[in-house]
Design a binder for this molecule. Structure first.
Ligand code: THU
Length: 129
């Protein structure tokens, strides 16, 4: 399980969420191979499909800075049960993370579930399979 500090970073990231439509803030904290942390929040748009989830914000921030080696991801949502990432984010995780990378999903009471990328998206589509 992710340490408390990392969970706190995901919670802090959720405070920057731009969610005037759903009022549902989500935060993510992505740890790189060398121990850096990229955080992310969800960012919505009046044209709803343009919304970017917290997970993809964190991943794209890291990729856009040249980082490709990742250790773990924490995702926090104000949910009763640990938050469940959307399909688009699972596919993006499968693109950039190792299949066994641990993803810690955190609920509003800070209970957690840890799943690997492969568990979140089994039999995923990869480069032409
Ligand atoms: N959302 C995330 O950011 N991550 C998830 O894992 C689930 C959903 C966002 C998208 C949208 O801004 C809001 O939560 C409601 O769906």
């Amino acid at each position: 399980m992710a340490d408390t500090k990392l969970i706190e970073q995901a919670i802090k990231a959720s405070q920057f969420a731009y969610v005037p439509y759903s009022h549902f803030p989500v935060g993510a904290a992505l740890v790189t191979g060398d121990g850096q942390v990229f955080s992310g929040c969800n960012i919505e748009n009046a044209a709803y499909p343009l919304t970017n989830c917290a997970e993809r914000t964190a991943i794209f921030k890291a990729i856009s800075e040249g980082v490709t080696d990742f250790k773990e991801l924490v995702v926090y949502g104000k949910t009763d049960k640990p938050i469940s990432p959307c399909g688009a984010c699972r596919q993006v995780m499968a693109e950039f993370f190792e299949q066994d990378l641990p993803v810690t999903l955190v609920a509003k009471d800070q209970s957690t579930v840890v799943m690997t990328v492969k568990e979140l998206l089994p039999y995923s589509f990869t480069d032409l399979n």
